[in-house]
Design a binder for this molecule. Structure first.
Ligand code: GLN
Length: 492
């Protein structure tokens, strides 16, 4: 019999409904894999007892012919989502011992639909990073290695625990979040599918805030169908999030396989970067051919403001982060310094001990760009450019349905490679941040391997709230790429 942990999320869902496997069997299969995969460091905590209890409850429901869309399916949860009474760290020392008294909207919807929680996934501290190396819990290791090498590679970030655990088949699917690329870039580096929905499609309530006007949650999964199934459960209006949109959530799975004939695919010339590996260019050209062969019309477009997206992001995101992170003061929850003389020094010592270097850098940048005298020159100007980037994209979408680009400017890189130079690290987000600034949906689909045998993804961007067309395009891309490679199981 096949190991239930080898089934895709959708296949497992169907097998559970058909009772050819039980949720407890699937859950135990995953738990033993997680147990053996300590070297990947993908989990901050494993909730084995909770998982088994949830699985048994699901098996009861399935036995009665009941259950939701994800009944009995074991998932990993990025440790940015608050989970009731379960340690939630955001990858930070400052949230030591934080057991939220409430459940995030996204996770509560997953449990409503019957999913099982395997545990909380490692991530960059407060989702700041592109390599998972800023985590207080240490880096996650990419299951993929370059051919003939055992050097440890980054699984991308900040959702590195999500990408690595899905890629290594340690869960059927994982939640993730994307503020500047943290779903799509790790997906690209691990041959998984990552979807960042339109801003407002998925509730942010109960997700530890990084940059509130950019943060959006979505799934990381093994294939496009799995992402469609998971997003349907995660999405929907939530009165507890004032930026959540009250619009019906389509059945994304139903969009898969629908014809893409006649769809107009925009190819922006500004995404051709100096110094980008030739293989990424080639794969992009290949992707264009695939879409053409599927009946799409290719339209060359120009997005001249693209070059401002990264600098604008690295003003807006730290500004919002500096404000959001003001709440970590050692008073209400999390870490509190032992040695202090008065309340002010308690705040200072707590924050000095509790935050890592990257978080401190963001708080410094953020308070600087918001300070009197610099506000107009940095924050206000960045907001104006942000609006123009949005306008430019909407203008482009008058003549195209989707935009096709590479997901990331490189394949998985070695741990330590970019940590010494923050700008090098920030450059990894060059293709992804635009969608966050404009609030548009974007996704990464595995498309090929580079000459070292490492995965590369292609990105599709869609019109606001048109995830359905994006899923149609993703599925066409997936079918054409026929990507089936998996990493060798060196860690177990
Ligand atoms: N790498 C980007 C950053 O460090 C994006 C992170 C994210 O999307 N959460 O800010």
């Amino acid at each position: 019999m096949t190991n239930p942990a080898d089934l895709s999320l959708a296949a497992l869902r169907d097998a559970l409904k058909a009772k050819s496997v039980s949720s407890l069997e699937a859950t135990d299969a995953y738990l033993s894999r997680i147990d053996a995969a300590g070297d990947l460091n993908a989990f901050v905590s494993v909730t084995a007892d909770k998982a088994r209890n949830m699985a048994k409850a699901s098996d009861d429901k399935l036995g009665r012919g009941e259950g939701g869309a994800l009944e009995g399916v074991p998932l990993g949860i990025k440790d940015l989502f608050c989970t009731e009474d379960v340690l939630t760290t955001a990858g930070s020392h400052i949230l030591d011992g934080f057991h939220p008294k409430y459940e995030s909207t996204v996770t509560s919807q997953l449990w409503r639909d019957g999913a099982v929680m395997l545990g909380k996934l490692n991530m960059d501290e407060f989702a700041m990073g592109s390599s998972n190396e800023t985590s207080f819990y240490g880096p996650v290791i990419n299951p993929w290695r370059a051919e003939g090498s055992d050097a440890k590679l980054s699984p991308g970030g900040s959702s590195g625990g999500s990408s690595a655990s899905v890629s290594a088949r340690l869960c059927a699917g994982a939640t993730a979040t994307d503020t500047g690329g943290s779903i799509r870039q790790p997906a690209s580096l691990t041959a998984t599918v990552g979807v960042k929905p339109t801003y407002g499609r998925v509730s942010r309530w109960g997700i530890v805030a990084f940059a509130s006007s950019l943060d959006q949650a979505g799934p990381i999964t093994r294939d496009v169908r799995d992402a469609a199934v998971m997003l349907k459960s995660m999405a929907g209006h939530d009165p507890k999030d004032s930026t959540s949109i009250d619009a019906p959530v389509p059945d994304y799975e139903a969009a898969l396989g629908q014809s893409v004939k006649g769809l107009k695919i925009g190819v922006p010339k500004e995404y051709r970067l100096d110094g980008m590996p030739a293989e990424i260019e080639t794969l992009w050209a290949q992707g264009i051919e695939w879409m053409k062969d599927a009946g799409c019309e290719i339209v060359d477009i120009s997005l001249p403001l693209t070059k401002y997206a990264l600098p604008v992001y690295y003003i807006v995101a730290p500004a919002e982060a500096s404000s959001n992170l003001a709440r970590y003061d050692g008073v209400k929850y999390g870490h509190r310094a032992k040695d202090y003389s008065d309340i002010l020094s308690m705040y200072e010592e707590t924050r000095a001990e509790g935050f890592g270097d990257e978080v401190k850098r963001r708080v410094l940048i953020g308070t600087y760009v918001l300070s009197a005298g610099y506000y107009d020159a940095y924050y206000l100007r960045a907001q104006k450019v942000r609006k123009r980037i949005f306008d430019e994209l909407l203008e482009a979408y008058k003549s195209v349905d989707l935009i096709l680009t590479p997901s990331a400017p490189s394949a998985a890189f070695a741990l330590g490679d970019k940590m010494k130079d923050p700008v090098q690290m920030y450059l990894n987000d060059v293709f992804t941040v635009t969608a966050n600034l404009a609030g548009l949906p974007g996704a990464s689909v595995p498309a090929g391997l580079d000459k070292q045998g490492l995965p590369l993804g292609l990105q599709l961007l869609a019109k606001p709230f048109d995830e359905e067309t994006m899923f149609k395009g993703m599925y066409a891309l997936e079918q054409a790429a026929g990507f089936t490679a998996t990493p060798e199981t060196w860690w177990a």
